[in-house]
Design a protein around this ligand. Structure first.
Ligand code: ZN
Ligand code: ZN
Length: 337
């Protein structure tokens, strides 16, 4: 079957025709409906060698067009986490499909969802009813936030602690909203005015970075770094010494291009613990769906600031890379084809 995908190569993005293989038992043919542009797509674009190929897109919703699985029927709305595990190894069986060594990542060199049709294994999909299409696209980001909060809880966060969420992009916002829903003492810190305004609109406890830097009593027990250094930003580590206190624990979710300077003595003096996060298993996506059902439409309608058609993928990425007055950008696939 012939279909189309967007391929990034030689610093250009082009729509190319590809051929899908025949469907095998246990697989589902999906008509892709919407794909969101994520900070990690931008990270991939900004850090890729110009000769490497990239097939982006891992925040998506699609409609089942043909199914060789008893669990899915034609017309079902489905999504997945960004990592497609094999579904059979010991890691996949204990809800750690994000560490599976036999799976593949969506949005990497080999396979992205910026395409009209895809074949995926049914056991890695999640059925999503009672959500609008835009809400489903945002669910993957909410699941990254869900995973960040559950990891920081495992690192010992309690209600008496103060949590800093650094960086008010989609992951930082949704992490803050989750912490708020759960009743934790959190502060989101961000420097971009557009993002600050959006956080205020969503009633998140936000402080502008400039103000926060002036307040030298502002120390935090737990830190979720949702920033990274894309778009020539400096990320959390430039300001770390202002916010960490003795025995702070930091979870890094944002992505850093190249090397980031770490002052080991500062961290040793503060007895700092750092942990990195790598994606989340599909079970987190299911928990996220169940948590946000009924209370997500208000959030997604505010956070999704732009939508583009499939033929305008390069315009969508130009805007996303400029990070200019935008939050979540969505591409409508299979419209006007
Ligand atoms: Zn993402
Ligand atoms: Zn596996």
């Amino acid at each position: 079957m012939k279909t189309f995908e967007w391929l990034f190569k030689d610093k250009k993005i082009s729509k190319i025709e590809i051929t899908l293989p025949a469907l095998s038992v246990g697989e589902v043919l999906i008509k892709v409906v919407k794909v969101g542009i994520c900070g990690s797509d931008l990270f991939a674009l900004e850090s890729v060698d110009q000769y490497e190929e990239l097939r982006l897109g891992h925040e998506w919703v699609g409609e089942v067009e043909n199914s060789l699985s008893d669990n899915y029927k034609v017309g079902d709305l489905v999504t997945s986490s960004a990592f497609i595990g094999c579904g059979e190894c010991s890691l996949c069986l204990v809800e750690k499909s994000n560490f599976c060594q036999n799976g593949f990542a969506l949005g990497g060199k080999d396979f992205g969802m910026l395409r009209s049709k895809a074949i995926l294994p049914a056991n890695q999909l999640l059925k999503v009813d009672n959500f609008s299409l835009n809400e489903i696209v945002l669910l993957e980001v909410a699941a990254v936030a869900e995973e960040a909060v559950s990891q920081i809880l495992r690192l010992g966060l309690e209600k008496r602690h103060r949590v800093l969420v650094f960086g008010g992009g989609p992951v930082g916002l949704l992490t803050s909203l989750k912490l708020k829903e759960e009743g934790y003492d959190y502060t989101l810190i961000e420097k971009d005015n557009f993002r600050i305004k959006m956080a205020r609109d969503l009633e998140v406890n936000i402080q502008a970075l400039g103000m926060a830097l002036l307040d030298d009593k502002k120390k935090f027990d737990y830190i979720i770094d949702a920033s990274g250094n894309g778009n020539k930003q400096s990320g959390f580590w430039k300001y770390a010494k202002v916010f960490i206190s003795t025995s702070s624990v930091c979870l890094i979710v944002g992505k850093y291009i190249g090397t980031s300077e770490i002052h080991s003595n500062l961290f040793a003096m503060n007895n700092l613990t750092i942990k990195w996060m790598r994606g989340m298993p599909k079970e987190t996506l299911a928990r996220t769906r169940d948590f946000w059902i009924d209370k997500f439409s208000h959030i997604s309608s505010k956070m999704i600031t732009h939508e583009f058609n499939f033929s305008d993928v390069s315009k969508a990425f130009d805007l996303a890379l400029a990070r200019d007055n935008c939050m979540k950008i969505i591409i409508n696939v299979n419209v006007n084809d």
